[in-house]
Unconditional design. Structure first.
Length: 256
């Protein structure tokens, strides 16, 4: 099945295909048992929430309850003008996941040959630590492309409005719109990591955004998808901070 965590009052109009989920949501009165957490410090959580691909456990189910628990934290994120025009579609139906996974695989095959592909960026760097890190990431990206549809759950964060119209094709509209959904999605990913779940931010399915919208009933003209996030428990919970060049190479104070 696919289901949506409701965040707008007029859900029947926005997403009529999931009206039954709205009824279930409002009828749920019993308190949910909190999910066990890993006990990470704030700094550990922020520095070890990695893009998890090869270490996603495809065989261990992810309950609706833990997704809801992470969502409670996701919607605490800031949003422009406090509009809260976000919607979050979770896909757990095997057939729908397989269809979306195939769309992602096809998009990845196109992306792989692009100059901006993870397989090409930084490969000529004199920083050996960076090139080694990039090679590992490229290998895991290939793995996810072949297995996206196997993740126990897929999350598609959506935001009201679109940034590809003549009226919104400008920096202010684009940053304001995306800035009202990306923090919430990242909140979800942090909350998931704290509970032993892995995630990975991907966007290549947007090459066929309308086709994905049709699979799960997202009203394409009114809501824009911003990511496709696989969700699964991780094989092991110890993750290290990623290699990054010194912050001095990217940090500016008072002037560029």
């Amino acid at each position: 099945m696919s289901f949506l965590i409701p965040c707008l009052s007029d859900l029947n109009t926005a997403f009529p295909v999931v009206a039954s989920w709205k009824d279930r949501f409002h009828k749920t009165k019993e308190p949910l048992m909190p999910h066990n957490q890993l006990g990470l410090s704030n700094d550990e959580l922020l520095s070890t929430t990695r893009a998890v691909r090869k270490r996603l456990d495809f065989d261990r189910p992810v309950s609706e309850n833990v997704l809801r628990e992470c969502m409670e934290l996701a919607v605490q994120a800031p949003t422009g003008s406090n509009a809260q025009g976000w919607q979050f579609v979770f896909v757990t139906d095997p057939i729908k996941k397989a269809k979306i996974g195939e769309i992602y695989r096809e998009a990845f095959s196109i992306y792989r040959d692009m100059p901006v592909a993870i397989h090409k960026l930084h490969m000529n760097s004199s920083d050996n630590n960076l090139t080694e890190s990039q090679s590992r990431s490229a290998s895991s990206a290939d793995y996810l492309a072949d297995n996206m549809g196997k993740a126990p759950a897929l999350l598609i964060p959506c935001i009201a409005g679109r940034t590809d119209s003549p009226d919104t094709n400008n920096v202010m509209a684009q940053t304001g719109t995306l800035g009202s959904i990306i923090p919430a999605a990242w909140n979800f990913m942090l909350a998931a990591r704290a509970r032993g779940l892995g995630t990975a931010w991907t966007t290549l399915h947007l090459m066929q955004e309308k086709e994905v919208a049709n699979i799960v009933g997202i009203p394409y003209e009114d809501y824009m998808q911003v990511a496709l996030i696989p969700i699964g428990y991780t094989k092991g919970t110890n993750f290290k901070a990623a290699y990054r060049p010194s912050v001095e190479t990217v940090m500016h104070i008072n002037e560029w």
